[in-house]
Write a protein that binds this ligand. Structure first.
Ligand SMILES: NC(=O)c1ccc[n+]([C@@H]2O[C@H](COP(=O)([O-])OP(=O)(O)OC[C@H]3O[C@@H](n4cnc5c(N)ncnc54)[C@H](OP(=O)(O)O)[C@@H]3O)[C@@H](O)[C@H]2O)c1
Length: 334
């Protein structure tokens, strides 16, 4: 390797339409022409990356492609006044890792509008343990607390052992909420209680105890990453004035609903998107994670891997078996 080339995960599509994944040397000169060249120190694994890795056209249309919707690193070249060489920066979402070469390569080149400074209160590694998953959890919680006091309130989180779920549970616990974790893997109860859940219930318990068209009023707020029957069950189980933040579809993008929770309990179903959220709002959330929302023991939520160790972790995520957050460290050693 010389200094004009770098290692990256590359997904290729062959003439029969099949996808292959490998680690290759890429040239910096081949990155898209943009304001900032960034040497990536860490990226992280998000569900979208797993989809891009497997050739999902809903995420990435142009191949060969390097996934990685998150990156933290150091500015190596800048053509804009807002960022200087040597600045530590975070890039998450927009087109990074979708159709623009992403953080699973050691270098990215991106427009300044996608970039914010790494807050002084946050280490590079911490920012990627949080990553897009945590940013999304943060956006859900920010939406809820804008007009509500969350302390002491019952808040339910689905897909609890996943990326969004674990960061949401930790943050809600820090804010004094009474957190219920919903998980398929009740074996993870101890882990979920350790990171801040007050109660853990299995998906089957939730589904078996839910009545339609209205069930017992149980939770004030909900964060759902799963969709399908779990989202349907949460919608009919909210307290009066309850809010559900809908941000994922790991199980099913479709769900059943009726109007009663909305017209009799004044519930709200609110969609959350992190990718296209304004950079000002993203910066605000990153700064909160570096200050008022500073989470202790973040390292307990993650595993760091090198690029050669990444593929099995992606397969695990695609099988719905991943727990917590996977951080990719570029370079030769952890
Ligand atoms: N809106 C946004 O901006 C945004 C941003 C980030 C992520 N997302 C979406 O949020 C979702 C979760 O992302 P993530 O990064 O947290 O993924 P993840 O780390 O893979 O976690 C998803 C969790 O959902 C549960 N799960 C997995 N497959 C399931 C299935 N078939 N049925 C029911 N539960 C299942 C598992 O938890 P348990 O085993 O504990 O049940 C799993 O750990 C994805 O759909 C992702 O695209 C959206």
């Amino acid at each position: 390797m010389n200094k004009n080339t770098f290692r990256a995960v590359v997904i290729e599509k062959n003439t029969t339409g099949a996808f292959s994944q490998s680690i290759k040397q890429k040239k910096i000169v081949d990155l898209p022409i943009n304001d900032l060249l960034i040497k990536v120190s860490y990226s992280s694994l998000n569900y979208k990356d797993a989809l891009s890795f497997s050739g999902n056209r809903g995420v990435s249309k142009n191949y060969p492609h390097t996934p990685g919707i998150d990156a933290v690193g150091i500015v190596k070249k800048s053509s804009v006044s807002q960022f200087n060489v040597g600045d530590k920066v975070i890039v998450s979402g927009y087109d990074l890792g979708m159709n623009t070469a992403g953080g699973f390569g050691e270098y990215i080149r991106v427009p300044k509008e996608w970039v914010c400074h790494l807050p002084t209160g946050l280490q590079s590694l911490e920012s990627m343990i949080i990553g897009t998953a945590g940013l999304t959890a943060g956006l859900c919680i920010e939406m809820i607390i804008k007009k509500n006091d969350i302390s002491g309130k019952k808040v339910v989180v689905s897909g609890a052992t996943g990326g969004v779920g674990t960061i949401a549970i930790k943050l809600l616990n820090m804010m004094g909420a009474d957190v219920t974790a919903i998980t398929r893997s009740i074996d993870s109860k101890e882990y979920l209680m350790m990171i801040g859940a007050n109660e853990v219930i299995s998906v089957s318990e939730l589904l078996n105890s839910t009545k339609k068209p209205l069930s017992r009023s149980t939770w004030s707020f909900a964060i759902d990453v799963v969709g399908g029957s779990i989202l349907s069950a949460l919608i009919v189980s909210m307290k009066y004035g309850g809010i559900i933040a809908c941000c994922g579809n790991v199980s099913n993008p479709n769900f059943d609903a009726n109007v009663y929770p909305f017209i009799l309990r004044a519930n709200q179903l609110v969609g959350i998107d992190s990718a296209e959220t304004s950079i000002d709002k993203k910066s605000k959330i990153w700064n909160l994670f570096g200050s008022d929302w500073k989470l202790n023991d973040l390292e307990l939520l993650h595993k760091t891997v090198l690029i050669d160790e990444l593929f099995p972790e992606i397969e695990k995520m695609l099988e719905g078996e991943q727990i917590g957050r996977i951080v990719l460290k570029h370079g030769k050693s952890k």
